[in-house]
Design a protein around this ligand. Structure first.
Ligand SMILES: [Zn+2]
Ligand SMILES: [Zn+2]
Length: 174
């Protein structure tokens, strides 16, 4: 995911375009391995100013995540716009942006950051995913489970209300 900014560095202030699509496999982030479900596409412009290179544009990727309700894997589209500064290396932890060596701008780290920063807070295979039965683990998108039906026939709805009441009472005590 590299851009050769040599020409841009020689003509500061001039905007140059770039676009590419690259396969990737995983990003390791915070103990989690984020899996790709397709290539990442990146496009935008870069401009040199005072020896730094400013890269702005948009990226799109599809990642494979696990649904928080039914636990099944699903594909999540991530779209991000970015506006980043690259400075001549070595890396300097005190400043924002990313270092570059020579005239080569490697976008990999920035792209990975932007993907993980834009993972959804709620991971759902679909907005109305009904999830799993807390008792037997049946996936409700495949239909209702026996244990739930039994409970509803016996004491289901009432016991649900009792539980809710108990929860509310617990909250009041805190
Ligand atoms: Zn789901
Ligand atoms: Zn069940």
């Amino acid at each position: 995911m590299r851009i050769d900014a040599g020409a841009a560095l020689k003509t500061p202030g001039t905007e140059h375009e770039f676009s590419f699509s690259r396969p990737w496999r995983t990003i390791d982030f915070a103990g989690e391995s984020i899996e790709a479900a397709g290539p990442v596409t990146v496009k935008g412009t870069y401009t040199a100013r005072s020896g730094n290179v400013f890269v702005r544009g948009s990226l799109g990727a599809v990642v494979r995540l696990a649904c928080g309700r039914c636990l099944r894997a699903y594909d999540q589209r991530i779209s991000v716009t970015f506006d980043e500064e690259y400075y001549p290396g070595p890396e300097n932890g005190d400043r924002d942006g990313y270092p570059f060596e020579g005239s080569l701008i490697d976008l990999k780290e920035m792209v990975e950051h932007n993907i993980v920063m834009h993972l959804p807070a709620k991971r759902l295979c679909r907005e109305d995913c009904p999830g799993l039965c807390p008792d037997c683990g049946q996936d409700f998108s495949q239909g209702p489970c026996g244990c739930r039906r039994d409970k509803q026939e016996n004491d289901g709805f009432c016991s649900g209300l009792e539980k809710l009441k108990a929860l509310l009472e617990d909250d009041e005590e805190v």
